[in-house]
Write a protein that binds this ligand. Structure first.
Ligand SMILES: Nc1ncnc2c1ncn2[C@@H]1O[C@H](COP(=O)(O)OP(=O)(O)OP(=O)(O)O)[C@@H](O)[C@H]1O
Ligand SMILES: [Mg+2]
Length: 364
């Protein structure tokens, strides 16, 4: 799968841009604040329906304008696709996929599949659990629309339950309505997370050993907040009884204290917890292996090669990891932003397309 063409109108600092991409390596170069990240933000938007750096869509509309338009054409193994997005200051963001309006975000997911790797991701191992949950949720949502739907339903029930817990007079029967939803969707979310982490652990482990020339081993484990069970009914029971047990605490804290919204994943290097004891280098290698394993997972699940975005990440890696990454990319379309052209990269991919960005225009 690869993005063939991108058109922008009034998107960030781009007034009007139309650009063709290379099927493999695209190097987006330019000084700081010229529009490199803006360009790939637009590409990403066509995949997930949202930005990877803001949740406020209006920020993407060019200053002083009312509407921004993004058009993406992608070529895929089996069927090509076009995605059109209109962001309006005064109405809801609007999507078309192959000419037809998209009503639910899950209709858009799995169409164009993109993995982003940015400097913040390098600290995914040592950061707070929220960042790791976001990783799982984002990646799994793109591959499995059913996960995205379960997650949305779970989130909605959780928000409503938490809002209700802040009220003065609580009717426990009311809580039961949301508890049922949390049990039902929570169990599904846990099942899919478990199997995702198992799959990704296997390839990440392989990649990690290869980066370290077999000197170190790595694995990833699902670290659920509640006990995990392979049995669906048992899993539901576990969540239901946890909600019962924590009811008093929830009433006191005025929020839902237990459930998959507190899940985490753990990284082990040579069987030692990398978050607690890993060196910075080991933690970064874990992050790199995780992202590359994600691409393996995408390939396995969809038969398509995912698209990789490397935003400012090359200069953050040491030569060994950088070279490994460069070699690993041969099958995927990749967008790499940097202030300077990486010579090693150009040597490995002499046909790479170099896109020079200056003040919201592409200089040819
Ligand atoms: N809505 C907007 N309208 C117009 N310009 C915008 C808008 N949002 C951001 N910009 C401008 O875009 C520029 C930043 O672009 P971008 O983040 O793509 O830079 P970059 O080339 O990735 O830089 P760096 O190398 O520092 O990461 C800034 O000059 C900013 O003022
Ligand atoms: Mg940038």
């Amino acid at each position: 799968m690869y993005i063939k063409k991108l058109d922008l109108i009034n998107f960030r600092n781009y007034e009007d841009l139309s650009i063709d991409f290379d099927e493999k390596v695209n190097l987006i170069v330019g000084e700081n604040a010229q529009g490199k990240t803006n360009l790939i933000e637009a590409v990403y938007l066509s995949s997930m329906g949202r930005s990877f750096r803001t949740s406020r869509d209006n920020e993407m509309i060019r200053f002083g304008e009312k509407t921004a338009v993004v058009r993406v054409q992608a070529e895929k193994e089996y069927i090509n696709t076009k995605v059109d997005i209109t962001i309006d200051r005064h109405s809801k963001k609007f999507f078309r996929k192959d000419g037809s309006p998209v009503r639910k975000m899950s209709e858009l997911m799995k169409n164009i599949i993109i993995v982003v790797f940015s400097p913040e991701d390098l600290s995914i191992v040592k950061e707070e659990p929220e960042l790791r949950r976001k990783f799982i949720d984002r990646e799994l949502s793109q591959i499995k629309p059913v996960y995205f739907n379960d997650l949305s339903s779970h989130r909605k029930a959780l928000l409503q339950r938490n809002a209700y817990l802040k009220e003065d007079n609580i009717d426990k029967d009311m809580l039961a309505v949301w508890d049922n939803e949390l049990v039902k969707y929570g169990a599904e979310i846990m099942r899919l997370r478990k199997s995702f982490v198992e799959k990704i652990s296997e390839s990440a482990g392989r990649i990690y050993s290869s980066i370290t020339n077999g000197a170190e081993s790595m694995r990833i484990e699902y670290d659920p907040y509640l006990e995990y069970s392979d049995d669906k009914a048992a899993q539901r029971e576990i969540i239901a009884s946890a909600l019962e047990k924590t009811l008093e605490t929830d009433l006191k804290m005025r929020t839902t204290t237990a459930g998959p919204h507190k899940d985490d994943i753990k990284f082990f290097v040579n069987d030692i917890n990398a978050r607690k004891y890993g060196s910075q280098g080991q933690q970064r290698t874990c992050a790199l292996a995780l992202k590359l394993a994600d691409l393996d997972f995408i390939k396995e699940e969809t038969g398509e090669e995912g698209i990789l975005i490397l935003d400012d990440v090359m200069s953050e890696l040491d030569p060994t990891r950088r070279e490994y990454l460069i070699r690993a990319l041969s099958e995927n379309q990749v967008f790499i932003t940097s202030t300077e052209i990486d010579e090693g990269l150009l040597k490995a991919y002499p046909d790479a397309k170099i896109i020079t960005v200056k003040k919201g225009t592409v200089v040819l």
